[in-house]
Design a protein around this ligand. Structure first.
Ligand code: ADP
Ligand code: ASP
Ligand code: MG
Length: 412
């Protein structure tokens, strides 16, 4: 019998009524003859509340206890979903991550799935169970501690189960009806895509489009999982939503496929560091050891043997970064005159595999931003993306201007 994976995000299980509606959708697939693995998120807002409680109780918290607390939201929805299915006479039971077990690394708060042995669940399917409801976002470390997979991690749970069970498809039910050219909440001209290439979705996700967790796209690409994003709020056909697929399966596409943004970025500059071999290693080694996720890096040209070094990182890591740099200065590993922090920046990026063969995309991007009077603070590029750091207050304007400039409201 073929296995189907269906994942319901926070808004799709936000109330008992929403859980009921999701369960009806699952029952339809069971009636079609599928064995279904349902992955659930916590009810909308629950994980944020739990994260808040952890921070209020212990600002420099023990990451293992952070995971113990924040994983709990999914346990509630998994049990409720199983109960609702049973009420509908669909044989179902719930599993928490450790029960499967979803084996992960010990990187608490950002663990990676290592393995999902399918035997336990397969045995239950063989006994006549039709739906396995799995608490998303969580697993268990080799030390036997509960782990979580990072925010948005239920997407990754879903794709990992689809790979482990060689599922026919992995359907991600959410509050939008597919993947758009940009976040439809900030750009009303955003256009829904029927298909998007894995590489493009991977870049969009890692640059801030939270519709799919980056790691879930990586796994889907690696294990050739048929991944679809669709709405849990509308009636669906088999062609609904957006399919994430290989580039070869897409007939026509724009040079730029989409625009992504990341709101909560910070820019830090070390003023007047010695321009000598090993200086970058000393600075970024210290930041890495402190667990700071450095993103963009710019080193100025040097004058009289001294230079400025700028980097960006998530806003909530600024304190950690400042401490790491100050500690390196106290140890005598680096010297600098000043550390300037700007916590009011956002990153806006354009992504498209067409950039491999088209020149001039960067120039068009900078022209569109300049026409709106938006100053660019830092630029980085790769083969299929260009990112800029700008003042956060211009972020939405920048996304809309770029969406217009690259004609993303119209199909190629
Ligand atoms: P869920 O709780 O179902 O996991 P998320 O909030 O994590 O849902 O992801 C869905 C949200 O992603 C949408 O509501 C939308 O605001 C946002 N989003 C950002 N970029 C895009 C995009 N390119 N296409 C669709 N949605 C996007
Ligand atoms: N509940 C978790 C979060 O809000 C995981 C998820 O929903 O994917 O990040
Ligand atoms: Mg999500």
């Amino acid at each position: 019998m073929s296995v189907l994976v269906m994942k319901f995000g926070g808004t799709s299980v936000a109330t008992l009524d929403r859980i009921h509606r999701a369960a009806k959708r699952v029952a339809v697939e069971v009636a079609k003859g599928h064995e279904v693995i349902v992955i659930v998120s916590a009810m909308a807002g629950k994980t944020n509340e739990l994260v808040g409680w952890v921070g209020e109780t212990s600002p420099m918290y023990d990451a293992r206890e952070y995971d113990a607390v924040t994983s709990s939201g999914e346990n509630v929805t998994a049990g409720l979903m199983a109960l609702r299915l049973q009420e509908m006479d669909v044989p179902a039971r719930s599993w928490q991550g450790w029960q499967v077990p979803v084996q992960t690394t010990s990187a608490h708060g950002a663990a990676r799935i290592l393995d999902i042995p399918p035997e336990n669940i397969r045995a239950k399917f063989a006994e006549g169970m039709k739906v396995a409801v799995i608490a998303g976002f969580q697993g268990v470390s080799p030390e036997g501690r509960i782990t979580t997979l990072g925010r948005g991690g239920s997407d990754t749970t879903a794709v990992a189960f689809a790979a482990a069970f060689e599922a026919e498809r992995c359907d991600i039910y959410t509050d939008v009806d597919g993947i758009y050219t940009t976040d439809p909440r900030i750009c009303e001209k955003a256009r829904k895509l029927d298909r998007i290439a894995f590489e493009e979705m991977l870049e969009l996700a890692s640059l801030g489009a939270k519709v799919l967790q980056t790691r879930s796209v990586e796994l889907a690409m690696r294990y050739k999982v048929k991944l679809r994003v669709l709405s849990s709020f509308e009636e669906q056909s088999d062609e609904a939503g957006t399919l994430v697929c290989d580039e070869e399966e897409i007939m026509e596409s724009n040079v730029v496929a989409g625009v992504a943004y990341s709101r909560d970025e910070a820019k830090m500059t070390l003023i007047s560091v010695a321009d000598r071999p090993g200086i970058a290693s000393a600075i970024f080694g210290a930041l890495a050891d402190a667990g700071v996720n450095v993103d963009m890096i710019v080193q100025n040209i040097s004058e009289e043997g001294r230079t400025d070094m700028t980097f960006s990182c998530p806003n909530d890591q600024v304190m950690r970064a400042e401490k790491a740099v100050e500690a390196a200065r106290e140890r005598g590993d680096i010297r600098f005159n000043d550390l300037v922090t700007d916590t009011g920046v956002a990153k806006v990026s354009v992504v498209g595999i067409g950039m491999r063969s088209h020149t001039g995309v960067a120039a068009d991007m900078f022209k569109a931003l300049s026409a709106e009077g938006i100053n660019i603070k830092v630029i980085t590029t790769s083969e299929i993306k260009i990112s800029v750091l700008i003042d956060r207050k211009y972020m939405e304007l920048a996304v809309q201007a770029l969406h217009d400039a690259f004609g993303l409201d119209k199909a190629a």
